[in-house]
Design a protein around this ligand. Sequence first.
Ligand SMILES: [Zn+2]
Ligand SMILES: [Zn+2]
Length: 347
Amino acid sequence: MNSGVSTPQGPVATLRRIAFLLERGREDSYKVRAFRTAAASLLPLGDDEIAARAAAGTLTELAGVGASTAKVVAQVVAGEVPERLARLEEEYGGPLVRGGEALRAALRGDLHSHSDWSDGGSPIEEMAFTAIELGHDYLVLTDHSPRLTVAHGLSADRLQRQLAVVDAVNEHLGSNGFRLLKGIEVDILDDGSLDQTDQMLGSLDLRVASVHSKLKMDAADMTRRMVAAIENPFTNVLGHCTGRLITGNRGTRPGSRFDARAVFEAAAEHGVAIEINSRPERRDPPTKLLEQARDIGCLFSIDSDAHAPGQLDFQVYGCERAEAAGIDADRIVNTWPRERLLEWARR
Ligand SMILES: [Zn+2]
Ligand SMILES: [Zn+2]
């Protein structure tokens, strides 16, 4: 009974927490994978078997459990706080940013997230579990569309299959109040059309439309392209509108040039939310554009654009910026209850 496995954080929870902290601290996913893989490997085992293996030193015989993850597990089983966990809590467990806390507390969900079906690092259910742990009522799964081949964008067929998985995850979660919602981050093609069939777009709860290609297009053409996407009745959210990168291992690039007034006025007219993309390397839109969209009367969404569970916690970065810009919480669509959000997204 008193094996230590029944301490508040068992081995699986501890491994997941370590992975979460590494992701939240923006460590590369290869550093995180070992912990997530080991957690998945231990999940089906009972506490007794884990404890027995820890005692016999045979944890590493399990597929996906290596020396460093076995050490963490052995420490948990012995009732100790693993050194690795303590170090990461110290390094990455504190507040990410000063400010934005009140707005973060008002958010009920996240409209932009990726799983390992496209270029995310974790399975769908792991993203959902973490969203629940962060207190969300909903998470919209928005994997990429077919044209973004580098990110394994989903064909109509794969998206159709993914929707069945989303249904299964929701069924498994039962009625605890949380819902994983069906979405897409659909590419805005050069002519402003959306990179998925109308039939598939119509079977989703919510659609984020983003530019990922030809970011250096002439400003007049880019404006036409973005306005056309906003006028598309399927579009709910305009993702990371400038596409700029300001830091990080993908390098930096300036934002696309376009007539921001025309784009934001179209968004305001059509009830499309301007995304405040919380990723630290994006901080998109830049502050001047954010204030312009505010003054034009746009709706907003504050999204993590998480590609790993720990990155779901990035939203507070966007909250800090929205708060600094004085944007009312009621204009931020993911402060709305799920039913109101879904009604708005049904256009
Ligand atoms: Zn994107
Ligand atoms: Zn994205």
